[in-house]
Write a protein that binds this ligand. Structure first.
Ligand SMILES: Cc1cc2nc3c(=O)[nH]c(=O)nc-3n(C[C@H](O)[C@H](O)[C@H](O)COP(=O)(O)OP(=O)(O)OC[C@H]3O[C@@H](n4cnc5c(N)ncnc54)[C@H](O)[C@@H]3O)c2cc1C
Length: 493
């Protein structure tokens, strides 16, 4: 297979393809396989020549797991983009290099169905589904990984031989444990995913039109915005507390509000605005939104702008909230620090947020609070590798900067902000009554450093009680530890 090296006109483009410009790598060569067999050949060659391979699909990793100076061979799946219905499997086959947007497009145009997956259409399915994958429709339909019927993974046996394995969720399948590990813990850990097969857990028969949920007929979006200068500590507290209380009340699996998803953007004051953006589906969408905003926004008594729009599903999915993903947003250096919440912020956490968001410093960033729960919370913690199944919010402290001098103040700010949200648990969201660790699709290597003073290791924060089983899967399927990164599963640790 062709090796793209530094002299090739394509090298700079391919080596530089990543969302987070904080990290960079310089592989000896890059390969662009188009089939599973070519992935096997690429892995075999790297292993036989004692070169460290890494895999990239969409390039949206938030840490430097792929853009890593020690990676010698970059296997890029982005030419493997096929999406089709596989009648033998009774499931949709989606290749790892397809983006989330392309998957939405093909599933909808082909069959009018949807996979509940992530928000940004540019994310690669390869690195996304295997980490759980939540998004706009998760409260109604669950995680993308909950629809994983089977996965094809190129693994490396103890002999050093690269082998493609198909693992299904059939309990009788001898490869069942490999399937299980790819429902929340697969990224860069066990091998290279070349293909997923996706099907609703309760689908029967072989009709593609009912194999995944029907796509929503329309999406009703809402945007509410406040001018930061009109917000004081009291209204900020009330807003954050109202949002948390709403999530606590309306995130059950049977709540009619499972058809509503909302994000509170508590931006740093430098950004000038605070926002809520969200969407609802179904015939009651307008009423759900009205009641949501009546609970959260109206009691504040301060001026705001409001926009409600109805959009056909695909139009929305391919360009959701365009103001969030403006040109340039993917040109930043970024740090994201994630936390699951089972209960809302306490008053003292709200006070901490206010302090950091109003700190006079050259900071771009904020705290995002996304509603969670609903259908996600109908699955048992051990049934898939996505262990957090009773959270109501996924929260992220984030920052981004463009020029090198932005790095130190931005990182210091976001790290201390996050740490101070959890003063009673060593600066991290340990599994307890209120918090429940963090999402591996939003990896944060700080959790494996002195920023985590909790005594709870990073792997328990991500995987909870599922970690020992993941270690067994690792020992069995990647015995030579060919696939690793800063937060990878280790058989021995
Ligand atoms: C702008 C933005 C928006 C996001 N929104 C969401 C969201 O709404 N919901 C959500 O759940 N997450 C979201 N994420 C996180 C995203 O799901 C993860 O970063 C995901 O891992 C990206 O996959 P990728 O293929 O694009 O990334 P890559 O950088 O290609 O890979 C990410 C990781 O997965 C591994 N990997 C990639 N391909 C494969 C493969 N074929 N086989 C095995 N391992 C592989 C890589 O080695 C690496 O460790 C978002 C990230 C960004 C930057």
């Amino acid at each position: 297979m062709e090796k793209i090296t530094a002299g090739d006109i394509r090298y700079a483009d391919l080596a530089g393809k990543r969302f987070n410009k904080r990290f960079s790598g310089k592989p000896e060569y890059i390969v662009l396989p188009t089939t599973t067999t070519e992935v096997v050949i690429a892995v075999q060659e790297a292993v036989s020549n004692k070169r460290r391979p890494v895999v990239r699909s969409g390039g949206h990793c938030l840490e430097g797991f792929v853009s890593d100076p020690t990676a010698q061979v970059l296997i890029d799946t982005s030419l493997m983009t096929n999406v089709s219905y596989d009648a033998d499997m009774g499931a949709f086959a989606v290749e790892a290099g397809a983006t989330v947007g392309e998957t939405y497009r093909r599933l909808f145009l082909g069959w009018g169905v949807v996979l509940p997956a992530g928000e940004h259409p540019g994310i690669g399915m390869g690195g996304h589904v295997l980490g759980g994958a939540f998004g706009f429709l998760c409260r109604e339909h669950g995680l993308a990984a909950d629809y994983l019927y089977a996965v094809e993974v190129v693994t490396v046996a103890a002999s050093g031989q690269a082998v493609p394995i198909i693992a299904t969720r059939e309990v009788s399948d001898p490869n069942y444990d490999l399937w299980w590990a790819h429902t929340g813990a697969g990224g860069g850990n066990f091998g290279i995913v070349t293909r997923y097969w996706l099907r609703s857990p309760d689908a029967t028969g072989t009709d593609p039109y009912t194999t995944l949920p029907a796509a929503p007929a329309t999406i009703t979006t809402f945007r509410v915005s406040w001018d930061w200068s009109l917000v004081n500590e009291s209204t900020f507290s009330q807003l954050t507390s109202n949002f948390g209380a709403w999530a606590a009340q309306h995130s059950g699996p049977d709540s009619p509000f499972r058809q509503l998803f909302s994000i509170l953007f508590l931006n740093h004051r430098n950004i000038g605005k605070l926002d809520i953006k969200g969407l609802a589906t179904g015939p009651q969408a307008a009423r759900l939104i009205e009641e949501h905003l009546a609970d959260i926004v109206e009691p504040l008594g301060i001026a705001y702008t409001k926009q409600i729009e109805e959009t056909p599903w695909l139009q929305f999915a391919l360009n959701p909230f365009p103001e969030l993903f403006q040109p340039g947003f993917d040109n930043a250096l970024a740090k994201v620090k994630d936390a699951f919440f089972k209960r809302p912020f306490t008053d003292s956490q709200i006070a901490t947020a206010y302090k950091y968001l109003t700190l006079a410093a050259p900071i771009g960033g904020g705290l995002g609070m996304a509603t969670y729960g609903g259908k996600v919370n109908t699955i048992a913690p051990g049934a898939t590798a996505s262990a957090q199944r009773d959270s109501i919010l996924d929260v992220a402290c984030n920052t981004g900067w463009i020029s090198p001098e932005g790095a130190a103040p931005s990182l210091e700010w976001v790290r201390n902000f996050y740490k101070d949200l959890f003063p009673g648990s060593g600066g991290v969201p340990v599994p307890n009554d209120q918090t429940d660790g963090a999402m591996i699709n939003h990896p944060d290597t700080d959790l494996a450093t002195a920023w985590n003073q909790s005594g709870v290791p990073w792997y328990t924060l991500y995987y909870k009680e599922n970690y020992p089983r993941l270690q067994q899967v690792k020992a069995k399927w990647d015995p030579l530890n060919i696939f690793y990164h800063a937060l990878s599963i280790r058989a021995d640790q």
